[in-house]
Design a protein around this ligand. Structure first.
Ligand code: PLP
Length: 454
């Protein structure tokens, strides 16, 4: 059936959605998306929306790319599935591994494929523990992560993640995973410059290492810019300090680039300057057309796994899925041939910054900032020059959710994390489309202001 009313009824009757409060959804029901073209989506009632979130941070090249259809369908015709267990491989999987090794930072030659970002982070947990086991340190198993991080929804992924709402459900985190504070200047940086705060936030890692015992810590994992946590952009001083501290104690550094990988922050891998040991990727590797994730493994880790390792008893049916790998190869070709990484690093990223940060003149907006092609703004009750003197709305008012609804109903998808509104638009956006998006956002902010003033 294609009838919206029937689809809503069937959805209500049969479909348990991820991250959805079904009771709160009530009679209103879900919105049924039916088509995508470029940066736009259409729902079953014919409404057109500009997708400011690239789906779930993934559709970098936009919707409806015909060469993707061709690459995917040709691979399905040739070989829709074969695995890479037990000494076999497939053509697209090898070619993708090679291509990724060319795009990865220096010192990375190997990749382990998974079906998703969550599975990739589970792989990280097992891989770093195995690394230390092989080197003769079986006690070195603790992984340090950060509050409010999102690393996926599997048991290990949700444990690495630092969302209290996820930990409360199901008794997480699993043992051996501990958390430190996030480098959120607005929440925790009062009385400091951003630079001072960056150094302080990194020092929480050293403190935690010493609390746990340096000889027990396997790795630290973090997103270059925290995504689902609300586009938390760390001060410039943060990451160099994190690398220095990891080096001081010999701890492996895992960069979760599920959101930031493949150009979103203006580099193929945003973490390149701070030399991670493992890189998690997913989403942008295929622009979400087919599920695929994985871990880029540096020589430091790969050499131990391969030379001393024997078999790593780990893998997924869909590790190196040939259709997903074919989709990734075509997606990466498009990103390269359209210079999307260069556009984000250059003129188009600068244009988005100029237009988006100008929203800070709106009476509701305390802060508006971008990093490459992610951006966030804080909705505040009272503005002030000093961000730490701004007054937040009462959380019960759920102003972010009010704003999100106005955005969606007026033609643009923007996500709410509390009262922080965030976007991660497709990397193919033109300057004219950036103007259109920012105009739609401003209009929805006006409607939000009218509603919350009463
Ligand atoms: N890591 C980060 C930083 C993410 O943003 C996400 C998904 O949003 C994941 C991991 C989990 O990826 P997946 O949903 O593909 O399992």
């Amino acid at each position: 059936t294609h009838d919206t009313h029937t689809l809503r009824e069937l959805d209500h009757a049969h479909y348990l959605h991820p991250f959805t409060d079904h009771k709160a959804l009530g009679e209103k029901g879900v919105r049924v998306m039916v088509r995508g073209e470029g940066i736009y989506l259409w729902d079953s009632e014919g409404n057109k929306v500009l997708d400011g979130m690239s789906g779930l941070w993934c559709v970098a090249i936009g919707y409806g790319r015909s060469t993707m259809t061709k690459a995917i369908s040709e691979q399905i015709d040739t070989l829709p599935f074969y695995n890479s267990f037990f000494n076999t491989t497939t053509v697209p999987a090898v070619n993708l591994a090679h291509r990724l090794s060319q795009l990865a930072p220096p010192g990375f030659k190997h990749v382990f494929f998974t079906g998703s970002g969550s599975e990739a982070n589970d792989t990280n947990v097992r891989m770093v523990r195995r690394y230390w086991d092989l080197l003769g340190y079986p006690d070195r198993h603790v992984i340090i992560s950060r509050h409010n991080a999102y690393h996926g929804s599997t048991m290990a992924g949700a444990s690495l993640g630092g969302m209290s709402g996820m930990h409360e459900q199901g008794g997480l985190p699993i043992p051996g995973i501990v958390h430190i504070g996030q480098p959120n200047y607005y929440e925790s940086g009062a009385g400091m410059t951003r630079e001072e705060f960056g150094v302080q936030a990194a020092s929480w890692l050293e403190k935690k290492i010493l609390d746990v015992g340096a000889d027990k810590v396997a790795a630290f994992i973090a997103e270059p810019v925290q995504g689902a946590g609300g586009v938390v952009i760390p001060p410039d001083t943060y990451w160099p300090e994190i690398r220095r501290i990891c080096d001081k104690y010999g701890i492996l550094l895992i960069a979760d680039e599920v959101i930031t990988g493949f150009g979103r922050l203006g580099r193929w891998f945003a973490s390149e300057p701070y030399k991670p040991d493992l890189i998690t990727f997913a989403k942008g590797v295929t622009s979400g057309y087919i599920p695929l994730g994985g871990v880029m493994v540096s020589d430091r880790v790969a050499d131990v796994l391969i030379r001393q390792g024997g078999e790593f008893n780990h893998g997924f049916t869909y590790s190196g899925h040939p259709v997903a790998c074919a989709a990734a190869l075509e997606n990466l070709r498009i990103i390269e041939s359209e210079n999307l990484v260069g556009r984000v690093a250059g003129e188009t990223g600068a244009y988005l910054k100029q237009k988006f940060t100008a929203l800070a003149d709106h009476p509701l907006v305390g802060v508006a900032e971008t990093s490459g092609f992610v951006a966030g703004l804080n909705l505040v009750k009272r503005k002030a020059e000093n961000v730490h003197q701004q007054v937040a709305f009462d959380a019960d008012l759920a102003v972010g959710m009010v704003c999100r609804a106005h955005m969606f109903n007026n033609g643009v998808i923007m996500r709410a994390v509390g009262d922080r509104m965030i976007i991660a638009p497709p990397l193919v956006m033109t300057h004219a489309q950036i103007d259109e998006m920012v105009g739609l956002i401003r209009h929805a902010l006006d409607l939000t202001l009218e509603e919350v003033k009463q």
